[in-house]
Design a protein around this ligand. Structure first.
Ligand code: PLP
Length: 223
């Protein structure tokens, strides 16, 4: 199936409250434009350099999301334009994003990434680490970041019961943090979970944002 057929099919299966982030990492400009021409405006990339380069070349009304691990020293390359950073996994990184937001006179939308999978290689906070950040004086002073919710990646496995438990844990974490820290913040409403192989399960567990690559663009040749 073509990219536009994939998108049409996918969009028909997403309920109205669920946003599709089309993950375009490793994909070419014509492939991205094919998706764009069907009306898709939200794209996700996992590498800073690739994101910044594509931002320069692609139409300006695209909302670019960074979904991959972010090093503090690279925030400056995306701070002027990024629509959302899904991968905040430390207080130090959040401070740098806040500083770069200030330099660019904007507020940068962020999600806190949680470690919900078995794989050690996946990044993310524990709920208590998030509480330490959200209770810190440093965080309370930040004016150029807005935390809009949470993100996580489930274990890569066929064990759907396990994946469901991980998504439920993330949903639970989202609800708890909302009650504890964001009760008066309507912007805290995103639960970014679900990829090509598990987005249906993620939506059953309350996902509001699915990050889908191969089911839109076809298989990647490398990661
Ligand atoms: C690559 C990637 C995705 C999309 O993966 P697919 O399996 O191709 O849908 C989603 N989230 C993150 C963080 C990724 O790096």
């Amino acid at each position: 199936m073509s990219i536009s057929e994939n998108l049409k099919y996918l969009k028909a299966s997403l309920p109205p409250g669920v946003k599709l982030v089309a993950v375009s990492k490793t994909k070419s400009d014509p492939e991205i434009l094919e998706a764009y021409n069907t009306g898709q405006r939200v794209f996700g990339e996992n590498k800073v350099q690739e994101l910044a380069a594509k931002y320069e070349r692609m139409p300006r009304d695209i909302e670019w999301h960074l979904i991959g691990h972010l090093q503090s020293n690279k925030v400056k390359y995306i701070a002027p334009f990024v629509s959302m950073i899904h991968s905040v996994d430390s207080g130090k990184l959040l401070e740098v994003i806040d500083r770069e937001g200030e330099k660019n006179k904007r507020v940068i939308d962020c999600l806190l990434q949680f470690h919900i999978a078995l794989e050690e290689t996946k990044f993310g906070l524990s709920p208590n680490e998030a509480r330490v950040i959200l209770s810190s004086e440093e965080y309370l002073k930040m004016k150029h970041v807005r935390i809009c919710g949470v993100m996580g990646m489930a274990t890569f496995t066929d064990d759907t019961a396990r994946v469901r438990r991980e998504f439920q844990f993330l949903h639970d974490t989202f609800i708890r943090l909302k009650n504890e820290y964001f009760a008066d913040h309507p912007a805290f409403r995103e639960l970014s979970m679900g990829m090509s192989d598990d987005f249906r399960l993620a939506m059953e567990c309350g996902s509001t944002m699915v990050r889908i690559g191969s089911a839109v663009f076809g298989a990647r040749k490398y990661l």
